[in-house]
Design a protein around this ligand. Structure first.
Ligand code: SF4
Ligand code: SF4
Length: 93
């Protein structure tokens, strides 16, 4: 069976740099940026294309700023999780 393909978007301006999402990712797909956001925190971003859309990162994030997508055959669909982020800012690695 083919591996699931996922993607994540972060609202980086609301990241507090706690690194919980980094530790929770089974694919080691996430990394902390050396840059800082407007609040002075280093923020998490998707460093490599190995995300499976498992939602671990979104569920653990205390700020609820991660939205997870899974690719279906026809389009990318958002996976229901604990956030309602509608203003995405993200870093492309
Ligand atoms: S959805 Fe899962 S695999 Fe993808 S970045 Fe988050 S924790 Fe890692
Ligand atoms: S868990 Fe949330 S607040 Fe913490 S580093 Fe990851 S994205 Fe930022």
């Amino acid at each position: 069976m083919a591996k699931l393909k996922g993607h994540v978007l972060f609202n980086i301006e609301n990241c507090k740099g706690c690194e919980l999402c980094i530790k929770e990712c089974p694919q080691n797909s996430l990394e902390m940026s050396s840059n800082i956001n407007n609040n002075g925190y280093h923020y998490a971003f998707l460093k490599e294309d190995s995300c499976t859309g498992c939602t671990n990162c979104a569920l653990i994030c205390p700020e609820a700023i991660i939205t997870v997508f899974r690719e279906s055959k026809k389009k990318k669909i958002a996976v229901p999780s604990l956030n309602n982020t509608d203003n995405f800012l993200f870093e492309v690695s």
